[in-house]
Structure formats: structure tokens, C-alpha cells
Design a protein. Structure first.
Length: 304
């Protein structure tokens, strides 16, 4: 929280005091934590918000809260399990036929501490954090390319700084399984995805960010030891969501190049000094190829 408080002294409040009525935002993992806080702030500014959540009951409570607190009725709910690539494809194809989209916020994520496979045989952290983010984004790119001032923001984590991209074991099947490190590897992969997309899709502004360590249900449940030690100094959900909101609504964000990694409204390096976490371009391209193969396989299964 201290980092946020010192950084926020330099924020320009008018950057986010904007009216986004008529613009459409999709937020994944929007029923709690940073996703819900972001959705609520966009709703306050008049945006149309699509909440993409896995748990129907919790999602309906979150939607009700957002509508009641903001008075914005243009809040829509979609139930999708982001660890299920076929479901994401079905959702994206239906969504494209029924809605417009200006801003996609990839916030949903999970940190499963034991190696667990989905019904498709995918390791669950990889399925949700990396493949789910890849499919949701690439499936909605055609819709975003039709929009004015289109943006994609992915919520990563500073934890990725300790990981070098490892494409040899994307599903963490080799050696002992450490959920925290698997999560950090997925978050490194999201940074690589964002940099690659920024090169491929010039009409869309891509960014990825670290929200800082915030007091969210996800942190409490997946990192209980960390939470107990740090709970008095964690950021609030709204502070964690601040840079997501800034990237999603401010005019300032898109004056900066596409593909950058942000913390507290500032672009920051994606590698620590002397950390040896840089990867050769061919490995980053290989990651994209492997994800595209997975994506196309599940696309054909979803329509078949």
C-alpha cells in the first residue's frame, strides 16, 4: 500500500475522470477482487460492462452490487469457465454476433497449488491464465479491430519477474510442482503474449500490468501464509484496480507505445537487472505457435 500511496501523489486525477458512455468493456473474473473493482469504476463512468465469470451465484451478487452502487443498468453477465477452451470459443463467437467491444480486460486468473488437470487434460493454471487469456483475446480481435480506440489490458503480476519463459514444460509436468512458480511462469507468458500481440495487431492498444499486492479473495485463498504476514500492508482492491482503470479509460494511456508493462500508471521494465530472464525471439514465437495450435484444436472441437 505504501508504494501506491507514494506513486499516487504524482497521478493526475483528471486522467480517469472521463465519461465512457457508449463504450463497451468486457472484464473477465469480474465477480470479486480487482475485476469487480474495475468493473464498478467503469460502470460509474457510464460504460457498458460485460462481466465474464465462472460462478453464477457469486456473479449475480456482484452484478446486483455494481448496478445498485453505480445506477448503471448496462451491466451484462456471461457465465464462462476460462479453464475450458471450448467454452471460451463458444462464448466469443456468440458475443461477436450480438455485441460491440472497445476494451477487453483479461483479469481472470487462478493459482492452484497442486497439479490439477481440467476435463481436457490441461494443467489448470496454464489452461486459465495462459491459454484462456490467449483464446479470449485472439477470438475477440476481429471485433476489437472494428472498434474506435480499441484496447486490451491483461492483469499480470510482478511475480513474473522471477521467471524466464520456459516453453519446454508449459503444463508443469516435469519435476516437483510449485503452484506459486507455475503462476509466475504463466504471468511471464502473459507479458510475452502482450508484446507479440502489440506487433501483430497495430490497430489495438495492448498493455499488461502489475496491480501491486492487494487484499483480494484470491490472495487470501491461494497464498494464506503471505496474506497473514502482509495483510496490514496490502493494497485495497480499488488501489489494485487503479492502473487497470487508467489503462482502460484514460487518453494518456494510449499515448504510450502498445505492448508495455505497467505499475502505478507507469511503464516499468519486464526484467530485473542481471536476472537473466530474457528469452530469444524464436522461443517467444514458439510460445505463440503452440498456443495457436491448442486454440485451433479446441475451436474445431467447440463447433464440432
Amino acid at each position: 500500500r505504501g508504494g501506491y500511496e507514494s506513486a499516487s501523489k504524482h497521478f493526475n486525477p483528471s486522467d480517469v475522470e472521463v465519461d465512457v458512455a457508449g463504450r463497451s468493456f468486457l472484464v473477465t473474473g469480474a465477480n470479486s477482487g480487482i475485476g469487480k473493482a474495475t468493473a464498478k469504476e467503469i460502470a460509474r463512468r457510464g460504460g457498458t460492462v460485460h462481466l465474464v465469470c465462472r460462478n453464477k451465484e457469486r456473479a449475480e451478487v456482484a452484478k446486483e452490487e455494481i448496478v445498485t452502487e453505480t445506477g448503471n443498468q448496462n451491466i451484462f453477465l456471461h457465465i464462462v469457465d476460462l479453464s475450458n477452451p471450448k467454452e471460451i470459443w463458444k462464448f466469443a463467437e456468440k458475443f461477436q454476433n450480438e455485441h460491440k467491444l472497445n476494451v477487453l480486460i483479461n483479469n481472470a486468473g487462478c493459482m492452484v497449488n497442486n497439479r490439477e488437470l481440467t476435463e481436457d487434460g490441461l494443467e489448470k493454471n496454464f489452461a486459465t491464465n495462459t491459454l484462456g487469456t490467449y483464446i479470449m483475446t485472439t477470438a475477440l480481435v476481429p471485433l476489437l479491430e472494428k472498434a474506435a480506440d480499441a484496447r486490451v489490458i491483461t492483469v499480470s503480476s510482478g511475480g513474473m519477474l522471477v521467471q524466464k519463459l520456459n516453453i519446454s514444460d508449459l503444463q508443469s509436468g516435469n519435476g516437483p510442482f510449485d503452484g506459486t512458480m507455475v503462476y509466475a511462469q504463466n504471468k511471464r507468458q502473459q507479458v510475452v503474449l502482450t508484446e507479440q500481440w502489440a506487433k501483430a495487431y497495430r490497430n489495438i492498444h495492448f498493455s499488461v500490468m502489475h496491480p501491486g499486492w492487494a487484499d483480494t479473495p484470491a490472495v487470501r485463498s491461494s497464498m494464506p501464509g503471505f496474506y497473514e504476514r502482509m495483510k496490514n500492508s496490502l493494497r485495497t482492491e480499488a488501489q489494485g484496480a487503479d492502473t487497470v482503470l487508467w489503462l482502460a479509460v484514460s487518453a494518456e494511456a494510449t499515448k504510450l507505445p502498445s505492448g508495455l508493462f505497467f505499475q502505478d500508471r507507469q511503464p516499468v521494465p519486464t526484467h530485473l537487472p542481471l536476472a537473466y530472464t530474457h528469452s530469444p525471439p524464436e522461443e517467444e514465437e514458439k510460445l505463440m505457435e503452440v498456443l495457436e495450435e491448442f486454440s485451433q484444436k479446441f475451436k474445431s472441437l467447440s463447433s464440432g
